[in-house]
Design a binder for this molecule. Sequence first.
Ligand SMILES: NC(=O)c1ccc[n+]([C@@H]2O[C@H](COP(=O)([O-])OP(=O)(O)OC[C@H]3O[C@@H](n4cnc5c(N)ncnc54)[C@H](O)[C@@H]3O)[C@@H](O)[C@H]2O)c1
Length: 250
Amino acid sequence: MLGGKSVLITGAGTGIGAAAARVFCREGAAVTLVARREKELAGLTAELTGAGHRAQYVLADVRQRADVARAVAAATEAFGGLDAAFNNAGLAAMPGPMHLVDDETYDSVMDTNVRGVWHCLQYEIAAMLEGGGGAIVNNSSTAGLVATVAGSPYIAAKHAVIGLTKAAANEYGSRGIRVNAIATGATRTGMLGEYLDQDPGREPAMAGKAMVGRLAAPHEIAEAAAWLCSDRSSYITGATVPVDGGRTAR
Ligand SMILES: NC(=O)c1ccc[n+]([C@@H]2O[C@H](COP(=O)([O-])OP(=O)(O)OC[C@H]3O[C@@H](n4cnc5c(N)ncnc54)[C@H](O)[C@@H]3O)[C@@H](O)[C@H]2O)c1
């Protein structure tokens, strides 16, 4: 499905990003894995290259423009261009009632989830224009579609990711670049685990909101991202695909 494609994945060291690295490689992609922590990235890259896949990692903070520029350049240099990207790096915060949220929390959630995707889109689009097209998938959330238990800055940020997705799809569709978002539902990763582990009632309550009655596994989100990055979804752009076990259809 992704044979011969050069794909960049952000937030690739853990959770959904790490699952995506494995799924994208299984589908034949050469992957550039981007995140801030070397231990996880180096281990995952060794696992993938050891299994015969093409993978490299770049330590980068998506909040920093120069870091993102360096990561995209590394992908194009190592693998002959950039065909697809999964902008997955994100930060959750459940800071409580809106009127008590401080500016520091608001800024940090916006910086990673919105500015980070903004930086990625800018450099990825520039690289894809050079190469004649591509596909980008932004990891939003059900919190990008509806208000959930997630805090207000996160809800606002994930709505903004969907706005950026539509804007980019609109501007670059005629130049061969498709841009979509995933409205990711509750998924058992480190990000959510911390919240769930604070109270044993939380997981069943959250699982019960999905029509399928359970949380997602990280690879289930990754499979959708791989499909949206592939030519098999060639007529889909500007869309937000819920991968949420039916959560937002209720
Ligand atoms: N887990 C869920 O229930 C859920 C639900 C909806 C959406 N999401 C979204 O899925 C994405 C992946 O989250 P996850 O659940 O795998 O959690 P996670 O914490 O395992 O993954 C997030 C990754 O992003 C990286 N990251 C954070 N800030 C970064 C920065 N500034 N620069 C580079 N990398 C950075 C982290 O190091 C981490 O590897 C996030 O965008 C999150 O908002 C998750």
